[in-house]
Design a protein around this ligand. Sequence first.
Ligand SMILES: C[S@@+](CC[C@H](N)C(=O)[O-])C[C@H]1O[C@@H](n2cnc3c(N)ncnc32)[C@H](O)[C@@H]1O
Length: 282
Amino acid sequence: MGRAYKMKGQKRKKKEEKYDKEEEFEQLDEKENPPSPKKVKTEGSESENVEEMEPVIDEMPGIPIVQVDTSSKKPGVIFVLEKASLEIAKVGKTYQLLSSDEHANYLTKNKRNPADYRPDIAFQAIQTILDSRVNKSGRLKALYVRTQQGLLLEIKPHARMPRTYKRFSGLMVQLLQKLHITAAGKGEKLLRVIKNPVTQYLPINSRKIGFSHSSEKLVDMYNYVGTINNDLDLVFVVGAMSHGKIEDEYVEDYISISEYPMSAAYCISIITTAVERKWKIL
Ligand SMILES: C[S@@+](CC[C@H](N)C(=O)[O-])C[C@H]1O[C@@H](n2cnc3c(N)ncnc32)[C@H](O)[C@@H]1O
């Protein structure tokens, strides 16, 4: 296999998983154990091409929270969005969220396929999950997003995410640099880059269901959720990429919910509607 493409000026460094370590450090003496500088991968394989980040300027004062009833002890839903195209790189003088719409020339020049850069898919999917009645009723327990680079993001269900793509992309740049985004006026971290694997955060008492158009098990989603024990939390794993399929070992059942290939957002909307009907959430 040939050597991965490397951008000019990048140093080869030891692989280190990038996540928000601040909570670990809070328990230690900060002076003796200062957090390590933030790094970001910009190009090439996972094991090389890690670039030192420039100091982050806090352009956004945090994001607001929305009122959701988080006191529910009833079983809930967890979404995992897989293979999300959320990658930042320095384009010109600033770090930007790479997208086929805005960076086709840059991507082509760097021998990348612009068609792979579709952060709008994750943007729409996140919006559909947070807008759902499942979330408003407090039954969305968690939302995780795994990027194509293998970073794991946690989005708190009561985070009010930007509704325009432009502001979303600005927020993602900030998140991938700072590794967390706090609530406006409060210290609570609403978005965080967390440590892999996602399985450590999933409840034991849960059914883990993966979604793929190519699955041979074609089901009616409402009938399908109807057969699942009411005591179980439901973990739904949906792809947030433009092509390819999800293949996660922890998934217990792969299902197709339509004869037709759908967008991740539309697929999520079928899932949440089925769960809302099952749990009589109006
Ligand atoms: C934009 S699609 C990915 C495109 C990919 N070629 C495919 O059809 O799976 C995003 C995600 O939506 C989900 N999805 C799309 N159509 C589906 C279907 N008919 N049944 C189940 N899941 C579906 C899958 O999780 C998929 O990874």
